[in-house]
Design a protein around this ligand. Structure first.
Ligand SMILES: Nc1ncnc2c1ncn2[C@@H]1O[C@H](COP(=O)(O)OP(=O)(O)OP(=O)(O)O)[C@@H](O)[C@H]1O
Length: 204
């Protein structure tokens, strides 16, 4: 499977300048890729475009040659850097999960999610606990490509490794594509087969 960005350009409505200009990118499930860039350089924005979360941009995002669906489930799933911003504060966590898929007990335990957390609201969980939900939520059986945007920043070092290991196990088993966005060069070098520097592909 291929995730392709063709001449992506993007400017936030409130900004004067383009953030992303003529980005071309081709990712597939044969290589685990890393995306690196300075803080504020547009990595999260590019991830939101590649996963169909931001839909107003110039250029095309094609998944296996087709545009991403505008509504409903998306085969490219994004694990957000700030899960609290994208979870409905009025929904308890069991509803937040079931909106994506019917998560089994094995997956909950693999990611260290305690059953009692399921009956809490997002604001009643720590950043790290919430991040585990964000990871699990993205692992719908129909997910074909996973983009992890600084997904482990809210976790301590040991938990980071555990969660990433579990995700990578699932990525390999299901032969999903995986893009890891991180500031941590050592982490990218350890986990990824190859890396992309945003400044090298951004024509601004
Ligand atoms: N909704 C928004 N409206 C206007 N500007 C925004 C919006 N979201 C982000 N920006 C700006 O766009 C730029 C890129 O932000 P983005 O989050 O994509 O960068 P990043 O490379 O992921 O940064 P970091 O590594 O710090 O998370 C920043 O200058 C940010 O302030």
């Amino acid at each position: 499977m291929k995730l392709k960005a063709e001449n992506i350009s993007f400017k936030y409505p409130s900004a004067k300048e383009y953030l992303l200009k003529d980005i071309n990118l081709e990712l597939d499930n044969t290589k685990i890729m890393g995306l690196i860039g300075d803080s504020g350089s547009g990595k999260s924005t590019l991830c939101k475009i590649l996963s169909g979360y931001v839909q107003k941009y110039e250029g095309n995002v094609l998944f296996d040659g087709k545009e991403l669906p505008k509504k409903g489930f998306k085969p490219v799933q994004l694990i957000y850097q700030h899960p609290e911003k994208v979870m409905n504060p009025k929904w308890k966590m069991d509803k937040v999960l079931s909106e994506s898929w019917d998560v089994d007990d094995e997956t909950l335990s693999e990611f260290g999610i305690q059953k009692t957390w399921l009956t809490r609201f997002p604001q009643e969980l720590s950043g790290g606990e919430l991040q585990r939900f964000s990871v699990v939520r993205s692992l719908n059986p129909e997910t074909k490509f996973l983009i992890a945007d600084e997904m482990t920043t809210m976790l301590d070092a040991i938990t980071q490794v555990q969660i990433l290991d579990s995700v990578l196990k699932i990525v390999k088993k299901r032969q999903m594509g995986f893009l890891l966005v991180s500031h941590d060069m050592d982490l990218v070098d350890t986990i990824c087969d190859d890396k992309i520097y945003l400044k090298d592909i951004n024509g601004i």
